[in-house]
Ligand binder design. Structure first.
Ligand SMILES: Nc1nc2c(ncn2[C@@H]2O[C@H](COP(=O)(O)OP(=O)(O)OP(=O)(O)O)[C@@H](O)[C@H]2O)c(=O)[nH]1
Ligand SMILES: [Mg+2]
Length: 463
């Protein structure tokens, strides 16, 4: 790996804000920036104290024109993200000057960074474990505050900490086993087989609990599924639009307006949701409509939370009862919609007929927004009250890591089984070593260059 060159990239997304950072890392970072920086005070960037911020202009030295008014931060090795010299140029003038600034540093000695190369250098220079490096990716991609916090937890090493501690335990267990293998006659060296099996069981349980907590982490990142269900024309699409605060779905007084499901992302109190508006469910004749209705039903089944709308003006109808039979009341909020209309019936008129063991019953007007806050509160309450809590051990696991952890657990289970069946200790040791190796892999040990490339190329350029 040649880390002698200096890399550069735009390290902020090119959004509308017009503020962006061009970041450089490598031994020549300061020298490169010096060539294109003009300080009104005549400041020399190679003389300044590390980790300080300096005002000035990015200047094209050939054309002798100022490109942008900037703040430059200088961070000398090794106390930086990559452990190399890092300079960040904070541009203010919009996308064009940011691009021009990047081009200038590339013309004056820096090379364009590959995707994820900053993080890769941090990893290779021992600044981050592989796990932490991947967290940076999650951090970049995480959509809401809460999952951001979870990424932060992981960045602080909760995941590595856990894998490390299990691996340490396996290491000492193996050390004892090796003694048993090498000195079978030395009595003091023999650990009772039950004790070994017990220890393996304990480790398997720890991995299992950890995997369970990471499942919640996954949900938090992807969002809980919320399905809006109900007869045609009860106001499902109106509710979707109200929750999203935008006109996503078509609303009309004609029943059967929504023909297929509409999905959208929603954030309530920092929790991400994946919300689905469905076609109204009723007995149908048309083939197209029937398909939509079937999908609506299956949405109801696969969702974490269902919002079941009925029209508070028309009372409970046969189709409502039919839907009610299809869904789990525990995860369903019954919404008596259109309460803004004068003819809306009493709450009891509904619960008498359709039962009241719903997670909640809320009187709502999707049109005016009345009851909407109650609904949002209830949705978050269902999340917090249920299996998803922000727990210390929550981490974000990607699928590959989860699989590897599961396989390590499997190895330990096989070893325990071999112990039970009275197999020789040499055989038992093989699976324990195998499990330990997989945990090592999770920590970024014995990873081939090829795998590393793949992990890091998933990062955005500039990270
Ligand atoms: N007064 C009143 N009208 C509403 C309310 N919610 C929806 N409506 C009206 O009811 C009609 C149907 O609304 P939609 O949101 O299209 O109903 P939907 O359930 O999506 O209907 P389909 O897609 O056909 O299944 C529209 O005319 C809405 O303006 C409400 O809370 N109060
Ligand atoms: Mg609709």
């Amino acid at each position: 790996m040649d880390n002698q060159d200096t890399i550069a990239a735009i390290s902020t997304p090119l959004g509308k804000s017009g503020i962006g950072i061009v970041r450089l890392s490598g031994p020549a970072a300061v020298d490169v920036v010096k060539r294109i920086f003009r300080s009104p005070k005549g400041l020399d960037l190679s003389e300044v104290e590390s980790h300080t911020l300096h005002y000035g202009f990015v200047r094209d030295p050939d054309e002798e024109i100022d490109i942008d008014e900037v703040l430059v931060s200088v961070m000398n090795a090794p106390n930086t993200y990559t452990r190399e010299g890092v300079v960040e140029i904070n541009c203010h003038g919009g996308i064009v000057p940011i691009r021009e600034t990047l081009e200038l540093v590339l013309d004056h000695g820096a090379r364009l960074a590959e995707p994820g190369e900053f993080t890769k250098r941090a990893f290779l220079n021992g600044r981050l474990t592989l796990d932490q490096a991947k967290s940076v990716r999650d951090l970049i991609e995480s959509k809401t505050r809460l999952s951001l916090e979870l990424s932060m937890d992981r960045l602080e090493g909760k995941f590595s900490e856990f894998v490390n501690s299990v691996r340490e335990d396996l290491t000492s267990l193996l050390a004892e086993i090796e003694v048993m293998i090498d000195f079978p006659d030395y009595e003091n060296s023999v650990i009772p087989r039950e004790k070994l099996a017990e220890k393996l069981t304990e480790l398997c349980e720890r991995i299992r609990d950890f995997l369970a907590s990471s499942k919640d982490g996954r949900i938090l990142k992807e969002g809980h599924k919320v399905a809006i269900l109900g007869q045609p024309n009860v106001g499902k699409s109106t509710l979707l639009n109200k929750l999203l605060k935008e006109e996503r779905a078509i609303v009309s007084s004609k029943p059967g307006t929504t023909r297929d499901t509409i999905e959208a992302e929603l954030e309530v109190d920092g929790i991400p949701f994946q919300i689905t508006d469905t076609a109204g469910i009723r007995k149908t004749k048309g083939e197209v409509e029937r398909k939509g209705v079937e999908r609506a039903k299956s949405q109801g089944e696969s969702s974490d939370i269902a919002l079941f709308l009925v029209d508070s003006n028309s009372g409970i109808e046969e189709s409502d009862l039919e839907i009610a039979r299809e869904i789990d009341p525990q995860k369903t909020i019954l919404l008596l919609n259109k309460v803004d209309l004068v003819n809306s019936l009493s709450r009891e008129a509904f619960t008498d007929k359709i039962g009241d063991d719903w997670a909640d019953v809320i009187e709502l007007s999707a049109k005016t927004g009345q009851g909407l806050e109650d609904l949002e509160n209830k949705i978050t309450e269902l999340v917090w009250g249920g299996e998803v809590r922000k727990d210390d051990s929550l981490v974000l696991l990607n699928l590959q890591e989860k699989k590897l952890l599961e396989k390590a657990k499997k190895d330990l289970e096989v070893a325990r089984e071999a112990l039970r069946r009275g197999r020789s200790i040499d055989v038992v040791a093989i699976d324990i070593r195998e499990g330990r190796k997989k945990l090592g892999k999770l920590l970024g040990e014995d990873l081939s260059e090829e795998i590393l490339e793949r992990v890091f190329s998933q990062f955005c350029v500039g990270k």
